[in-house]
Design a protein around this ligand. Structure first.
Ligand SMILES: NC(=O)c1ccc[n+]([C@@H]2O[C@H](COP(=O)([O-])OP(=O)(O)OC[C@H]3O[C@@H](n4cnc5c(N)ncnc54)[C@H](OP(=O)(O)O)[C@@H]3O)[C@@H](O)[C@H]2O)c1
Length: 369
């Protein structure tokens, strides 16, 4: 068996309390200061990962306990050191490959420097996140009755590691893709390079609100620490597939837009009887803010590589290789991983909610007409 570790970090103050219930009641500045000095540690033992053909692995969530804003603002080498210390904790427990969760795979050069300095291979998990995200987007389109071939899709964070690959995979299946990010120079170069090679209309803009007003389908994969998608800008009946962690779809969308389907795009059902058990309180479950038996696609990529005995730095840096996306997607399927049931805003989406969302969209369109 090849064990693995996966580096996690709190995405918000609510997450800090989820990880460490003892932090409840302490003020945010105090919690932030404690995190700055807190060493990396093993947070959860991951067991029960078993493929239909009998392969098994186990692993550990190792925490580099910094908030996203701290990951971005503290000196880069200090943050790398915290992530490497977390990987060392995993190595001491037997891990032979490490995954980089959320901002630990975003900051700096997207894992390249960490991989150079780590004692074991490292992957960001972005390849399987891309495959799962695109699948989730089109599953949402089908459920909402949207004809993908005629659809306009907005990819927010289109020049990023995940977003750029998603644009390329989506482009062959839809009418128009609008690429959105903040840096116009990078957007222009990205679209100019790609446009001759895709069959759809490909455009870019830095005006997110204007792009959203045209969108039937939206995929968001930004490194923003603030909300990016607001309810005022969304079309009735639109599907928003959110890959960003921390989430960047405003909670107001859940309250104010019952006619829009929001789905977390990167959640996967893990084969076997997957469980994350708190290291400090054995016997209690580590609250991942996901449905039982599921994991993020980036975690799943690390598990699949361990199951395949592929101890290699698989996905690193900004330019993700589409062949690897296809390969890890196929390996994950073979290992019994599949898209998890739909979820958004920390809750499962029951099948009947889709009919209600479609009805709300029809009613709103009729009212506007
Ligand atoms: N769900 C999962 O399993 C999973 C797995 C891995 C990663 N993730 C998450 O996916 C997200 C993207 O990761 P990545 O590695 O692709 O990051 P990345 O390479 O740094 O790309 C981020 C992209 O977001 C854009 N961006 C940042 N802030 C923005 C804003 N306010 N408005 C519009 N665009 C903005 C950036 O371009 P500009 O700077 O030009 O705006 C860039 O295009 C992160 O939140 C990460 O935590 C999720």
């Amino acid at each position: 068996m090849v064990p693995f570790c996966f580096v996690i970090h709190p995405l918000s103050f609510e997450d800090v309390i989820r990880y460490e219930p003892g932090a409840a009641g302490k003020g945010k500045p105090i919690v932030a200061k404690i995190l700055e000095w807190m060493p990396s540690y093993a947070a959860a033992h991951l067991t029960g990962i078993r493929t239909p053909d009998g392969r098994e692995t186990e692993g550990w969530f190792v925490a580099a306990p910094l908030l996203p804003s701290q990951m971005l603002e503290l000196p880069r080498d200090d943050v790398y050191a915290r992530i490497l210390a977390a990987i060392d904790v995993g190595v001491a427990l037997g891990a032979r490959i490490a995954g980089l969760g959320a901002f630990t795979g975003v900051i700096g050069d997207g894992g390249v420097t960490i991989a150079e300095r780590a004692p074991i291979p490292v992957t960001t998990g972005n390849s399987l996140t891309i495959a799962a995200g695109v699948r989730s987007l089109f599953r949402g389109a089908e459920l909402m009755g949207i004809d993908a071939a005629a659809a306009t899709v907005v990819v927010v964070g289109a020049t990023g590691s995940i977003g750029a690959a998603c644009v390329q995979l989506i482009a062959s299946r839809v009418r128009t893709v609008i690429c959105v990010a903040r840096n116009e120079t990078r957007l222009r170069a990205f679209v100019a390079n790609l446009a001759p090679h895709v069959p759809c209309e490909l455009r870019y803009t830095v005006d997110l609100a204007a792009a959203l007003r045209e969108a039937d389908l939206i995929l968001t994969a930004t490194s923003s620490t603030q909300d990016v998608i607001e309810p005022e800008d969304l079309r009735s009946g639109a599907v928003v597939c959110e890959l960003s962690l921390p989430h960047d779809v405003s909670r107001r969308v859940a309250l104010e837009r019952p006619d829009v389907l929001v789905v977390e795009g990167g959640n996967m059902r893990v084969p076997g009887a997957f469980r994350a058990e708190r290291v400090r309180e054995p016997g209690t479950d580590f609250d991942l803010a996901l449905s039982p038996g599921t994991a993020l696609a980036c975690m799943s990529e690390t598990m699949v590589l361990a199951l395949e005995n592929r101890c290699e730095s698989y996905t690193l840096g900004r330019g993700v290789d589409l062949e690897k996306v296809r390969e890890i997607d196929a390996l994950a399927e073979r290992a019994g991983f599949e898209l998890a049931d739909m979820r958004a805003f920390d809750k499962a989406i029951p099948p009947e909610a889709i009919a209600a969302t479609r009805a709300a969209a029809d009613a709103r369109r009729a009212a506007l007409a």
